[in-house]
Design a protein around this ligand. Sequence first.
Ligand code: ATP
Ligand code: MG
Length: 465
Amino acid sequence: MRLSRYFLPVLKETPSEAQIASHRLMLRAGMIKQASAGIYSWLPMGFKVLKKIEAIVHEEQMRAGHIPMLMPTLQSADLWRESGRYDDYGEEMLRITDRHGRDMLYGPTNEELITDIFRSHVGSYKDLPLTLYHIQWKFRDEIRPRFGVMRGREFYMKDGYNFDIDYDSAIHAYNRHMVSYLRTYERMGLKAIPMRADSGPIGGDDTHEFLVLADTGESEVFYDSAILDLTLGERKVNYDDRGECAGIVKEWTTPYARTDETHDPALYAEIPEARRKSSRGIEVGQIFYFGTKYSEPMGATVTNDKGERVPVHMGSHGIGVSRLVGAIIEASHDEKGIIWPEGVTPFHCGIVNLKQGDAEADAACAGIYKALTDKGLEPLYDDREERAGAKFATMDLIGLPWRITVGPRGLKNGVVELTCRRTGDSEEMTPAAAVAKVADIYAPHGPDAAPHWEPMAKSSFHTWL
Ligand code: ATP
Ligand code: MG
């Protein structure tokens, strides 16, 4: 993309309504525009990051064997009356009446709708286990929407639902979700810690929240710092192997990690003092096992191997896709702007032309642009007639992890400069070497040649249909 042809409405002034870094930076970098309280338009660069995060979520869900689908945003109130939650849900539910006087609502979550689909089409234990998920807009009429996309009223969420014949099988689904979530967040360059949590209005006994540590987080968390050393890395996971998934879950749930709702000071005091930590955290996901809470009242039953009708065991599992855009920025920025992790960056590499209109510099930039594009990468070329300082400031603000700077002086010696946004380190090298290095950074790696950091153009998200 050439910046002169893109739509990147960068703001010079820091908007006064934004209290936290991610909100300020998303507005300044032209990623979002508020449409009304807690409701945002996603401008091109914000939209790109949102879709990259969505693609990673899809890939890791499908890798775990979960099946994508799509349910509507508007739901009939009747289903919610059946489950008993129409009254329970309270003021956060946006209630709408259609022209025929029917009660509708903008879905805050989808347990009822998915249970209805299940009971209409599935009747035998032979059809289980089954996990369906979708990524769809939700609406919760939050009393105080704030922090930009972090606590919106309209927000984008992945929600998945497992249906299993018995407790053991449902716990395997729970474990599978925990492992796939750990991989999802790792690919986004995030450390998200699973913490024992409280189940709230969804109900049920087993639940973990995934929290990203950040001063601006709304939750208070307590943990053993040993948990920060855990990583899945290049580990290959067989999601059908119950023992293997349970082993990984055990590894991550053994060190103490809890939110204030479930915090146990006595257990916390047993952690060696140097490893005892408390801080703030941002909730980026949550998994639940709730047994037959919805299947029983809604009649979601199957015939078991003895020919009896039994209610299915269920769980639900959510990832805050739009909140993640803000959470990643909270975890990765400096005073100059955003620092995108490679896995979610809107463009792989910036190209800055220090002397637009100089025949040699223009030709070198065009060559680098083509070479990167030929390797399946998406560069953002700042080809505007602007001072070098302004171009650098824009690149730092929008946070592309790598930048190639091209100027007549360097070109005389056959070199350009490759700069890492995170460290600020620069290196001079030939244009070909710079392209090769950037391509190498983004080359696919990881378990089963996963499209680990694969450029979006080739992501399986675009080809899975
Ligand atoms: P919170 O405690 O932050 O209000 P929640 O526990 O009510 O969230 P869940 O029902 O667990 O939310 O939804 C799954 C995920 O959706 C959350 O982990 C969070 O990342 C995201 N999410 C929930 N509410 C919002 C919101 N108002 N704006 C943006 N993302 C949200
Ligand atoms: Mg939650």
